[in-house]
Design a protein around this ligand. Sequence first.
Ligand code: ADP
Ligand code: MG
Length: 232
Amino acid sequence: IKQALVKIEKMEVLAQLAASISHEVKNPLTVIKGFLRLLHQENLPVGKREQYLTIASSELNRAEEIINDYLTFAKPDPDQVENISVSEQLHKLADMVEPLSNQQSVLVHKQIEDASIVGNTRSFQQAFLNIMKNAIESMPDGGTLTILSKVQKGTVSISITDTGVGMTPDQQERLGEPYFSTKEKGTGLGLMVSYRIIEAMRGVITVESRVGKGTGFQIVFTVDQVKDPSSI
Ligand code: ADP
Ligand code: MG
């Protein structure tokens, strides 16, 4: 219970992230507004029109991606603390990413043991969704995504492993840093969100990666179950 208390004190993280999102989304919105205003001009050459529409629509996609990285599961009461069934949530997430993995011929392999940890379910989902999405995105030509959880001596270790492009040591060092992205249309915000949530839940993250071989994220949490988490 002591462990759980420490976690709960730290769980305002989702509220904080929700606050920073408005800041992040403002840039693309400002650009969209500007180009919509330009589109109002009469006698605008067709070429210009096309160009402005393309920019506006790509900025809209960007705004959407930022929101997805932060708030896929957001609901009004963001920081409610509850018992999370690791297996239930990992199975749900595997189902969620299935369309994306199918699209890229990625095979999903699951080996999931159950454990109960204390935290906010939606934050947990967001943290692991962002990690799984990156894993799938690292395998544009197909591969295997392995979702594993293992209970051991009062801890549960969750690992998300891919057979994708991998990372150099320099890239690995920058993981979790805001705006670090190697993707043409990346936000560089997904892992920052995951790291903040997992740290707030007192989870320990380890990454192993090799260029051309793949990457494994391992996250270890203390197993705990509290009769009425909301009352603490
Ligand atoms: P984004 O996905 O928008 O680029 P993220 O914060 O989710 O931003 O990820 C940051 C960067 O970390 C990625 O651009 C990529 O370079 C690297 N990365 C994260 N996960 C993986 C992975 N599984 N395999 C290879 N690179 C990864
Ligand atoms: Mg990402």
